[in-house]
Design a binder for this molecule. Structure first.
Ligand code: FAD
Length: 500
C-alpha cells in the first residue's frame, strides 16, 4: 500500500480564484511558506467579469500586477449605464465625481476571467507561493483540540497527499465542500433569490464614448440583463430572472435566451447585428442559481473562509471579485499578524470577521436599494424585489449578520429596525438617482452623497489610498471601537498608534 505524501506549510490555500491567489500572495510576501492547491488547470472559465476600481488600484497594486493588467488590454470601465428605476432614459454611474472627466484611478476593467485569474495565480507563484494545479482538496484534518491542522488532497495522478499547516484557507468558491467544516451553516437569501442565464456574443453594439467600456444593465419585466464589453467585439450577456423559471430555462436554454432578449427592447437592439459564440470556452449558454448566501461563521481556530466560499450577494453591482479579494486581504492581515506573533488569534480574526461582515452588509443594503428602486408593479420579479416584501427570516438573517459588531454603522437591535433602516436607505438612494437623472448626470455628487453609496465605496477607497500611498497615507482610524488598524504596507494589523 502506498503511503500518502505528507508535507508541512505555514498556510495552505484551497482554490486559485481571485480570493485564493490574493491571500496566497499577500502571505507569501511576508516570507511565510504558502501552498495553494487548485483543482483545475488554468486558464479556466469563470463568470464575474465586471470589476470595481478598488480591486484594480487597491488590491492588485498590493499584489504587484498593475503593469501586467495594464498590458493585458482589458476594456476600461468608467462605471455603469443603467436603464433602471423610474426614468425610462438610461443613466450613468461614473466612478469619478464627474461623469465627463475620469481621474487616473476612477476606472476598473472588464476582464475575461480566464486571463485575469491566470495573471493573479501566476503572480502568486512568482511571489513565492507553491502553486499546484490539478490538485483537488478532499477534506480538512483536525487535531484533538478542535483546531483545524491541515488537509487532504488528491493529486493529478490520483495519489493522495496530506498537508499540515497553521492555517487552512478555504477559497474554493461557491461549490466549496470543505467550507462547512468551519461550523455554522450557509444561509440563502430569499430577496436576491434569482437565476442567471448567460452566454457570449460577437459584434454587439457599443455604448457611445466615453462610456463604451461601461457595463450596461437593463431592467425589463422578467428581470434584468447585463451587457459587458470584453473586447472590441466580444460581449458577455446575461439575464437574471425568477428562480421559478429554472425548469423552462434549463430545459431549452437557447429558446429561453432568444425569448428573453426579444422581451427586452434595448438588449434586442444592441444584439441585432451580433452572433452568439458557439465554440471554445464561451461556446455554451450557462445557468447559475442559488448564488446569494452567507455562511454564519467565517472562521474557527486554524481555518478561515474567504470569497464565494464565505458569501456572495448578487451580480448587479460587480461586488463579487471585490468581496473575494477584500476578504482575502483582511484574512492575510490576520494570518500575517498571528504568524509574526504580534497579535493574538482571537483579536486578529475578530477584526477580519467584523470588517468582512460589515462590507457584506454594506453591499447587501446597497444592492437591496438598487432593486427596490425599480418600479414595475405588474411584474412578479420586481414586486418580489421590494424591501417591504422582504420575509421575516430574510431580515432576521441580515440583522444577525451585521448587528452586534460594536459599530455605530449598523445600529440594529431587531428585525423592525432592520426594515426601517433598509426602507430609509432605499428611498434616499432612489431620490439620489432621480436627482442625478434630473441634473442630466454631469456630476455624480448626488449619488456619492447618498449613504448606501458612500458606505459601499468607503472600505474600497481606504484600501486604494493605502495601496497608492503606503506610509504617506497616514495612520488609519479603527473601523470599530477598540479595533485594529492596517500596517503602513497594508499586509498586517497593529494596535492604533505608531506602526511598529
Ligand atoms: P472562484 O472564482 O470560484 O474560484 C474558486 C477556485 O477554487 C476555482 O478555480 C475552483 O476550481 C477551485 N476549487 C474548487 N473546489 C476545489 C477543491 N476541492 N480543491 C481545489 N480547488 C478547488 N463578480 C464580479 O465582481 N463582477 C461580476 O460582473 C460578477 N458577475 C456574476 C454573475 C453571476 C451570475 C454570478 C453567479 C456571480 C458573478 N460574480 C461577479 C461573482 C464572482 O463570480 C465571484 O464572486 C468570484 O468569482 C469569487 O471568487 P473566488 O476566488 O472566491 O472563487
Amino acid at each position: 500500500m502506498s503511503t500518502a505524501r505528507h508535507e508541512e506549510f505555514d498556510v495552505v490555500v484551497v482554490g486559485g480564484g481571485p480570493a485564493g491567489s490574493t491571500l496566497a500572495t499577500l502571505v507569501a510576501l511576508r516570507g511565510h511558506r504558502v501552498l495553494l492547491l487548485e483543482k483545475e488547470t488554468f486558464p479556466r472559465y469563470q463568470i464575474g467579469e465586471s470589476l470595481l476600481p478598488s480591486t484594480i488600484h487597491g488590491i492588485c497594486r498590493l499584489l504587484g500586477v498593475t503593469g501586467e493588467l495594464a498590458d493585458a488590454g482589458f476594456p476600461h470601465k468608467r462605471g455603469g449605464t443603467f436603464r433602471w428605476g423610474s426614468n425610462p432614459t438610461p443613466w450613468n454611474f461614473a466612478f469619478s465625481v464627474s461623469s465627463k472627466v475620469a481621474g487616473p484611478t476612477s476606472f476598473a476593467y472588464q476582464v475575461e476571467r480566464s486571463r485575469f485569474d491566470k495573471i493573479l495565480l501566476d503572480n502568486a507563484a512568482r511571489k513565492g507561493a507553491d502553486v499546484r494545479q490539478n490538485h483537488t482538496v478532499t477534506d480538512v484534518v483536525e487535531d484533538g483540540d478542535g483546531r483545524v491542522s491541515g488537509l487532504r488532497y488528491t493529486g493529478p495522478d490520483g495519489t493522495a497527499g496530506e498537508v499540515s499547516a497553521r492555517y487552512v484557507v478555504d477559497a474554493s468558491g461557491n461549490t466549496s465542500r470543505i467550507g462547512k467544516r468551519v461550523g455554522g451553516s450557509r444561509q440563502y437569501s430569499d430577496f436576491f433569490r434569482s437565476l442567471a442565464l448567460f452566454g457570449y456574443f460577437e459584434n454587439g453594439k457599443r455604448l457611445p464614448p466615453p462610456n463604451s467600456g461601461n457595463i450596461l444593465c437593463v431592467a425589463f419585466s422578467h428581470g434584468w440583463f447585463w451587457y459587458i464589453p470584453l473586447s472590441d467585439t466580444l460581449t458577455s450577456v446575461g439575464a437574471v430572472v425568477r428562480r421559478e423559471e429554472a425548469a423552462k430555462v434549463q430545459g431549452d436554454p437557447e429558446a429561453a435566451m432568444r425569448t428573453l432578449v426579444g422581451e427586452c427592447p434595448l438588449i434586442d437592439e444592441y444584439l441585432a447585428g451580433a452572433t452568439r459564440v458557439t465554440t471554445g470556452q464561451y461556446g455554451k449558454l450557462r445557468v447559475r442559481k442559488d448564488y446569494s448566501y452567507h455562511h454564519t461563521k467565517f472562521w474557527r481556530p486554524g481555518m478561515v473562509l474567504v470569497g464565494d466560499a464565505a458569501c456572495f450577494v448578487d451580480p448587479v453591482f460587480s461586488s463579487g471579485v471585490h468581496l473575494a479579494t477584500y476578504s482575502a486581504l483582511l484574512a492575510a492581515r490576520s494570518i500575517n499578524s498571528v504568524l509574526a506573533g504580534t497579535t493574538g488569534e482571537q483579536r486578529a480574526f475578530g477584526e477580519f470577521e467584523a470588517r468582512y461582515r460589515r462590507e457584506y452588509g454594506v453591499f447587501y443594503e446597497f444592492l437591496t436599494s438598487f432593486y427596490d428602486m425599480h418600479i414595475d408593479e405588474d411584474s412578479y420579479f420586481w414586486s418580489a424585489k421590494k424591501v417591504t416584501k422582504s420575509s421575516h427570516t430574510e431580515l432576521e438573517s441580515f440583522v444577525e449578520l451585521v448587528a452586534g459588531m460594536s459599530s455605530t454603522d449598523f445600529d440594529l437591535s431587531d428585525t423592525e429596525s432592520g426594515v426601517l433602516r433598509l426602507k430609509r436607505r432605499s428611498a434616499e438612494f432612489a431620490e439620489a438617482v432621480d436627482t442625478l437623472v434630473g441634473e442630466r448626470e454631469e456630476n455624480m455628487a448626488p449619488l456619492f452623497r447618498s449613504t448606501v453609496v458612500r458606505d459601499a465605496m468607503q472600505a474600497g477607497s481606504q484600501v486604494q489610498t493605502r495601496a497608492q500611498l503606503g506610509a504617506d497615507a497616514g495612520e488609519e482610524v479603527p473601523v470599530f471601537d477598540g479595533g485594529l488598524v492596517a500596517s503602513s504596507d497594508g499586509l498586517s494589523w497593529h494596535e492604533p498608534g505608531p506602526d511598529r
